[in-house]
Design a protein around this ligand. Structure first.
Ligand code: FAD
Length: 464
């Protein structure tokens, strides 16, 4: 508690989860001390000094209300998400996805946080949150230091709470300078969508098609290229949904053609479907740079330049940044935390974001909101609320609290209980999958609408 009697919370890390948590609490009249290390000690994936940096793709994923990410966005909006508010203000065209101009996104989030009179921002690395909380009179602590938590804090966590260390590696995709591409070999088209006919309007994605021979030579080059070795080979553990393209190539010549190089729905201007396709997504509104979609990689830098220049249209490509692999830390929430994501041993300390075992920008941000809403209840002397597993946020929390072999997860309908279909509904084989998602979304929305007022009574209008 501070000298003026106001309950204060220390939030460690001003990333996706930390900024959401800090602003949620501040808007509810709670004093927040927000500590961020990047200005003093940036990690290898950080390029900016501002908060909530999107370190790889600029996409906050699908807006489709019947997708897992669409559902998550709906629930985050209900809690007043800063990430979505600024994400929508700084959006760049990306079809059904919410992609943002990453610099503007981060700049505007920082501006909102720094302008809030209930938040004190300290740009410093935290090595002992308990000491710092005491120094600043904070009764609660939220650790939102992300997948690349700095070593001193990690050591403190292992010693005080985690006891065991869980980690694996993740990979990021390269970004290419738009001016360095040969557009005679590329074409604009969004998957499964007609090419816009209006003059001056183009599809969001640029595609580099390959014929069979080009594709097979390219895959062989990926297999043969020199990779950055893991410090300890056993430590290489990737998500199946985020596999480096070179690992896909090693799994078999056809693997990439059914994943990031899938040509289906990307007909060439002459109507033919190419053998394979590399998709490029705009990095900013001006379209001055493109992200190679799904091309996260372990290749050494000179090898990336050599091999990616084999992509048609990339013969003289200049890369604004290259792909790389990074350490990714998280804890075993099931063993260590309560369902409100506070520590079992030290309940005044909660965890939020990727460090809890979720994966992804929106997932991490949503857990920031969830934890802040639970901490706010505690401050008001109220019991925590267990969110129903039928909601997207409830399903994510349920996942990290029940998974026996921790492995970070994105939001997906597999985390929600299945909706039973009637005999008649089961008969429609083709539309069954879509219908199941739609019904699960409708159920989630109905349950969430009932839940929200139980969380909301504490909201007394913007208090800062
Ligand atoms: C290399 C890489 C690429 C990724 N690519 C994607 C992607 O393309 N799409 C996607 O959806 N997700 C991606 N992720 C996964 C992940 O969801 C994001 O990293 C997301 O930003 C996690 O949100 P967070 O708030 O938990 O952590 P972060 O956004 O990383 O925020 C944590 C903050 O805490 C700060 N911090 C760390 N230690 C300390 C300390 N001791 N004291 C004070 N501050 C500290 C950090 O500087 C950082 O600003 C990627 C992760 C990594 C590591």
């Amino acid at each position: 508690m501070s000298s003026n009697g106001q309950i204060k919370v220390l939030v460690v890390g001003a990333g996706l989860a930390g900024t959401e948590a800090a602003l949620y609490l501040a808007r509810h009249g709670v004093g927040v001390v927000l500590c961020e290390s990047k200005k003093k000690n940036p990690n290898p994936s950080q390029k900016m000094e501002t908060m909530a940096e999107l370190v790889c793709t600029n996409s906050l994923k699908s807006k489709d209300p019947n997708s897992g990410h669409g559902l998550l966005k709906h629930e985050m909006r209900g809690l007043g998400s800063l990430v979505l508010e600024i994400g929508e203000k700084t959006a760049v065209p990306a079809g059904d996805a919410l992609a943002v101009d990453r610099e503007e996104f981060s700049r505007q989030i920082t501006q909102v946080i720094e302008a809030n009179k209930n938040i004190e921002v300290i740009y410093n690395e935290v090595s002992n949150p308990e000491e710092l909380a005491q120094e600043h009179g904070c009764a609660h602590i939220i650790i939102a230091s992300g997948p690349l938590t700095t070593s001193p804090l990690e050591e403190w966590m292992v010693k005080r709470i985690a006891k065991e260390d869980f980690y694996f590696y993740d990979a990021i995709a390269p970004v290419v300078d738009a001016d360095s591409l040969d557009y005679t070999k590329l074409y604009y088209k969004d998957r499964h969508k007609p090419v816009p006919e209006e003059e001056g309007v183009e599809a969001d994605y640029l595609n580099a098609p390959m014929n069979k021979e080009e594709y097979e030579i390219f895959i062989e080059a990926l297999v043969q290229a020199e990779k950055v070795p893991a410090q300890n080979f056993e430590d290489y553990k990737f998500f199946e949904s985020c596999l480096p393209v070179d690992i896909m190539a090693e799994r078999g010549v056809e693997t990439a053609r059914f994943s990031c190089m899938k040509p289906i729905g990307l007909e060439l201007p002459n109507g033919e479907i190419p053998h394979a396709c590399v998709q490029l997504r705009k990095e900013n509104l001006q379209g001055s740079a493109f992200n190679l979609v799904g091309f996260q990689t372990r290749l050494k830098y000179p090898e990336q330049i050599r091999v990616f220049r084999m992509i048609p249209g990339f013969e003289n490509a200049s890369f604004l940044h290259l792909g790389s692999v990074h350490r990714n830390t998280f804890i075993n929430s099931r063993k260590l935390l309560n369902f409100d994501l506070s520590s079992k041993e030290l309940p005044h300390i909660s965890f939020a974001g990727q460090i809890t075992g979720v994966e992804g920008y929106t997932e991490s941000a949503s857990i920031g909101l969830y934890v802040a809403s639970q901490v706010l209840r505690k401050i008001h002397g109220l019991e925590s609320i267990q969110w129903p597993v039928e909601t997207a946020i409830g399903a994510l929390v349920n996942y990290v609290m029940t998974v026996t072999k921790p492995s970070p997860s994105n939001i997906n309908f597999g985390l929600l209980p299945t909706v039973p279909l009637t005999k008649e509904q089961r008969r429609h084989r083709k539309g069954r999958k879509r219908l199941k998602k739609q019904l699960a979304s409708e159920r989630a929305r109905a349950i969430y609408d009932e839940l929200l007022p139980k969380i909301k009574p504490l909201y007394q209008g913007d208090q800062a």
